[in-house]
Every structure is written in C-alpha cells, then in structure tokens.
Design a protein around this ligand. Structure first.
Ligand SMILES: NC(=O)c1ccc[n+]([C@@H]2O[C@H](COP(=O)([O-])OP(=O)(O)OC[C@H]3O[C@@H](n4cnc5c(N)ncnc54)[C@H](OP(=O)(O)O)[C@@H]3O)[C@@H](O)[C@H]2O)c1
Length: 218
C-alpha cells in the first residue's frame, strides 16, 4: 500500500486573484500541506515541487478538469460587473462556475469545500450581487460534502492589479467605516485579504464537519 501523503492535498481555484494569490503563497509555505492543484484559465508564473497547475476553460470545466484526490477545495473565484460586462456574465463566474466546480469536487469524493463568498450573501436578497453570492452558497451547501465553509468578508483590503473605482473609494473610507462597524454591523468591517486567505488554509486543515458561515470582525 502507498504511504499516505505527509500533509493535506488541496485544489485551489482563484489563485491568480487577490485572496487566492495570498492563499497560494500560504499553502506553499505550509508544511502541513503536501500538494496544491491550481485550476486556472491562465498559466501561473510560480513553479514549485508542491504545485500542479491545470489550465482550463471554465465554460467547459466538466470536460477539461481532472480533479485529483484531495482533502479540500478552496475557491476564491469571482469577477466584477465592470470586468464581466453584463449581470449574466458576472453571475456565470460567481455562481455557475463555482457550482460546477463544487459538483465535480463532490463527485470526486473531496470532503471539504471552502468558498469565499461575501457579507450579505442571500439567495432571496433584492440586491443582485448578494443574490448571486447567496445562490452560489446554496448550490455548494446542498451537495454531499463533509464540510462546507462559507467565508463572508466585507470589503477586501489589498491591491488588485486593475483599477476598481468603487472598491478604491471603499478603501479610502475604510478606517472611518471600521470605527462605526460595531455590534450587528461588525460583519461589515473591511477584511485584509491575507487574513481571509489564512482562514481558508486553516479551514482546509480542520476536521470540523457541517456547513459553517464565517465573518471577519478584526
Ligand atoms: N473585492 C472585495 O472587496 C470583495 C468583498 C467581498 C467578497 N469578495 C469576493 O471574494 C472573492 C475573492 O475576491 P478577490 O478580490 O480575491 O478576486 P479577484 O482578485 O478578482 O480574483 C478572482 C479570481 O477569479 C478568476 N476569474 C475571474 N473571472 C474568471 C473567468 N471568467 N474564468 C475563470 N476564472 C476567472 C480570476 O482569474 P484571472 O486572473 O484569470 O482573471 C482570479 O483568479 C470573490 O468571489 C469576490 O466576489 C470580494
């Protein structure tokens, strides 16, 4: 019989983004992580003996991806209305691609799915963004995973390579906003992207079962 791996094996989608990039750096540095399979639409600049990259077209994920045996999937896929161009194109990335990855992971027998969603996610919300995030959460939660972790940050603190005017204004206001975000509003405090990534890595290694929602009140 083959020796068990010295550490967990994970699949990461979103590694070229802000949270996913921090997540990849932390996973590579973590001795408790044996292997990382990144699923991305572009090749990565990093190489590492612990890292495999599968370049896929997410439109045809089912036909293209070969999910390995793994203990967890970490997903920080997402786009913006501005980048996607239409509400439908935004929902395709933030809901449809996430749900398809989750279905493939559940069918592969991967026991844990860790999703970066957003504060306010709710499939019945009148706000389109929150409704899309809520639908993605619901699609993942109804599958047969041992554990689903839904991370709901508010505004992410960190640098995106491209300008994001709405988020950039939010970041300017973040210190004032944080002063007032207490009690029931504490979920709305801005969250550093490294902290969200660190929580993803911690949860990938945890053996807690069930569906859990995580907020960031730092
Ligand atoms: N930014 C915020 O303030 C904020 C607040 C709350 C929640 N969130 C949520 O947190 C999650 C992570 O956010 P982030 O800021 O780290 O996102 P990000 O930097 O925009 O990264 C998004 C990732 O999704 C991938 N992606 C986007 N469109 C894709 C497509 N059509 N096909 C395949 N991959 C695609 C990107 O790949 P490429 O590099 O190839 O584009 C990238 O790896 C997202 O779900 C976001 O909605 C963000």
């Amino acid at each position: 019989m083959a020796n068990p791996p010295a550490g967990i094996r994970v699949v990461l989608a979103g590694a070229t983004g802000l949270v996913g990039g921090h997540c990849l750096t932390q996973l590579l540095a973590d001795e408790g992580v044996a292997h990382i399979t990144v699923i991305a639409r572009h090749p990565l600049t990093q190489t590492d003996p612990k890292l495999t990259v599968q370049v896929v077209d997410f439109e045809h994920l089912r036909g293209q991806v070969r999910l390995p045996e793994a203990e967890a999937v970490l997903c920080s896929l997402g786009t913006t209305h501005r980048a996607a161009g239409t509400p439908e194109a935004f929902a395709k990335v933030d809901h449809i691609y996430v749900a398809e990855l989750a279905r493939l992971a559940a069918a592969r027998g991967i026991p844990r799915f860790i999703l970066v969603s957003a504060v306010g996610a709710d499939p019945t919300s009148p706000v389109f963004y929150h409704r899309v995030k809520g639908r993605a959460e619901a699609a993942v939660s109804e599958l047969h995973f041992k554990a689903v972790h839904l991370l709901r940050p508010s505004l992410l603190i960190g640098d995106h390579p491209e300008p994001r005017p709405v988020e950039d204004w939010g970041k300017k206001l973040a210190p004032f906003w944080a002063l007032f975000a207490w009690g029931p509003l504490s979920h709305y405090r801005p969250a550093p992207a490294e902290i969200v990534a660190a929580r993803m890595v911690e949860l990938a290694k945890s053996d807690q079962d069930g569906v859990h929602i995580h907020y960031f009140r730092n």
